[in-house]
Design a protein around this ligand. Structure first.
Ligand SMILES: *Cc1c(COP(=O)(O)O)cnc(C)c1O
Length: 385
């Protein structure tokens, strides 16, 4: 990789602080390439870029996805979709979840695909499309056991028949979503798959056609090839992060996001000194500590004597309770530390790495939450080769 890396910033933060989220664009590209080689040729990829592509920047990730051959995107809100359109993203966009009547008008106006999960919605949306003289793409979510959005699997065939008969609706997709696809126990996922297959079999008997049947998120894509159908919806995988510690690994996939800062102050502690709010740490001997200008206000968990960061490729433990804008770490055993040295909160430094799963444990959460949880007051720095 070349040494000349250009930086560009998005979001409100313009980069005027020594703390940032770094996005390795070359690695993102590489991850898409690896996923394309891993997937069966007849399975298409829909890239999920909701919540700013889990904090990576939706438009940036979308553009690399499209350059890598992805022909479909998904988001969770209309505003997310419109922002992509403003950034000149022209591929089809599917908006997950339910829509208000007002939102449906926008879907129609901007050509966004949305879900129609009951007959009343179907009739309303079909009439709306008719009065605009349009035919608009819709997907049906079949609830096979997640009990979130969608039509119950036993009622799905009759809804699908109804939609297929509506002149101004184009039935583009039938989908379902797993409750648990990334754990070792796949029994419920397989039960959901059987329910989905029942719906598809019924559709076949009724001669109802659909372009995309889709069920898999990343966990399903990795571990349930029998559920791939025509399209898989993946969000976290191209970012190089796995949904859990146990799902299948694809060699070469690496995290795209790192979070870095620099040492802003160094202090020498005497035995008995306390550190930080709440006096949660007391030095048992003379210690040398570094203050880093990043805290829970940036999305790092609010911790007390928990967590580690990397400095000079070595681990420094967080001491005391961290603040909104500052965190203290023990650097007694890293004597080479100097002011403004680089500190890695998430990512790789030399031979060690702190990954999203490790940080997730600090707040009893999952890798998704950690990635999407880095606040936008941290500038996003895009490293491009
Ligand atoms: C977020 C989401 C996905 C993507 O899940 P990943 O595990 O990140 O691949 C897929 N489908 C739906 C319905 C989602 O809400």
């Amino acid at each position: 990789m070349s040494q000349n890396r250009s930086r560009s910033y998005i979001g409100q933060a313009q980069g005027h602080r020594p703390a940032w989220v770094e996005i390795d664009v070359a690695q993102l590209r590489q991850n898409f390439k690896i996923i394309n080689e891993d997937k069966p040729v007849n399975v298409q990829i829909l890239t999920v870029v909701k919540d700013q592509a889990y904090g990576h920047g939706a438009a940036k990730v979308a553009k690399i996805a499209i350059e890598s051959g992805c022909k479909y995107l998904a988001v969770a809100t209309i505003d997310e979709a419109l922002e992509l359109r403003r950034q000149d993203v022209t591929v089809p966009i599917l908006v997950f979840g339910e829509r208000t009547d007002e939102e449906r008008k926008l879907c129609l106006e901007y050509g966004l695909a949305c879900f129609v999960n009951d007959k009343t919605q179907a009739d309303y949306y079909s009439q709306l499309a008719a009065s605009a003289n349009k035919q608009t793409p819709v997907h049906v979510e079949v609830d096979t056991g997640l009990c979130r959005y969608g039509v119950h699997w036993t009622k799905a065939p009759s809804l699908i028949k109804h939609i297929s008969g509506a002149n101004n609706l184009f039935l583009e997709g039938i989908m379902s979503h797993f409750a648990m696809s990334d754990e070792l126990d796949k029994s419920f996922a397989l039960q959901q798959l059987r329910r989905f297959q029942e719906v598809l079999a019924k559709m076949n008997r009724l001669d109802l056609r659909v372009t995309f049947r889709h069920m898999c998120n990343t966990g399903g894509f990795l571990d349930l090839p029998q559920a791939h159908f025509d399209l898989v919806r993946i969000g976290i995988l191209p970012l190089g992060v796995y949904p859990s510690q146990v799902c299948r690994r694809i060699p070469g996939l690496k995290p795209v996001m790192s979070v870095k800062t620099q040492i802003a102050a160094i202090r020498e502690l005497e035995t008995g000194d306390y550190v930080g709010y709440g006096m949660r740490y007391q030095a048992q001997s003379r210690r040398r500590i570094a203050v880093i200008p990043i805290g829970y206000g940036d999305g790092y968990p609010r911790v007390r004597n928990q967590g580690e960061v990397l400095i000079h490729g070595k681990r420094a433990a967080v001491i005391g309770g961290n603040a909104m804008d500052a965190t203290m770490v023990d650097i007694t055993d890293i004597p080479e530390c100097r002011l403004w040295d680089e500190v890695v909160l998430m990512g790789r430094q030399d031979d060690d790495e702190i990954d999203a799963h490790e940080i997730a444990k600090l707040k009893n959460s999952v890798s998704y939450d950690v990635l999407a949880g880095w606040r936008w007051r941290l500038p996003r720095v895009y490293l491009t080769p």
